[in-house]
Design a protein around this ligand. Sequence first.
Ligand code: XMP
Length: 333
Amino acid sequence: MQNNTRPEDMLRITTKELADKFIAEQVEEVRAQVGDKKVLLALSGGVDSSVVAALLIKAIGKQLVCVHVNHGLMRKDESENVVKVFSDELDANLIYADETDRFLNLLAGVSDPEKKRKIIGAEFINVFADEARKLEGISFLAQGTIYPDILESVKQAEGKKAVKSHHNVGGLPEDLQFELVEPLKLLYKDEVRVVGEALGLPHAMVYRQPFPGPGLGVRCLGAITRDRLHALREADAILREEFDICGLAEKVWQYFVVVPDIKSVGVKDESRYEGWPAIIRAVNTKDAMSATIEEIPYAVLHKITNRITNEVEGINRVLLDLTPKPVGTIEWE
Ligand code: XMP
């Protein structure tokens, strides 16, 4: 059993040299732990699971089996990018499960945020477990657990109350109990990024803004419909593109679009045009427990508004959310 407490004298990994040393140590440790057995990993495309994947590919190559579940609530091009980086560039053993229909059918008509989260979380485990059962000879489960996750679970064990139920790949069915491989569990997020870059992952993947497990599901407010989800995805892609162009992407912790289930009256081509509003949210925070609002220059806001209302079918207004946390949570659901 590995230790779950970070030694007080452990050096913070801030340079490529320190990252290379950490990687070399972990490669040896993982090889010793795993031997010639196979390891399974749920690869979401987030920073932590991507860095674990790259590290394990280096250590054990095709003994690592990655499963990427597309729940249909990913951002634009995100799943495609996971396939491109891991399958095409790193030659990983990757199973791509596109289960968009399965998730969206289950979510149809469900408007309660916590019910939506539970459905997405439970179905995610079902899909992953189905894929795992199809595989033979898996002995280990790799996870992108990092040190703040360990500290958080200690806090929860002490009885602190959570505001929202966050999901990750835990709670696999009884018949699928594997030994864990968690090479990042003593690292803080900034160290994980340094290690990711040292492993050669793309900068955009390593510095990807946090993205919730239920994905766009908690930003397509209320009962999700395919047309509104599509509008949200396209509007969000425009916001991200414009933040990249003006440099805000490097400065802002989390930025995204929310599309509520309301329509207002607008006018387009001299006709009445009913559409949804796209709400822009851009926040800065250290630990996600509280957050402040990033100031976005008006010129950038005008450009984003023009692009979204002209390019995205179904959106006829753009609004800006100025609410810090507290009192608003970062996500709307
Ligand atoms: P809130 O909305 O609680 O969000 O202020 C704090 C941070 O957590 C993310 N978040 C989630 N992450 N599953 C996740 O993995 C979830 O259900 C979930 N809900 C919120 C949110 O994006 C923000 O970074």
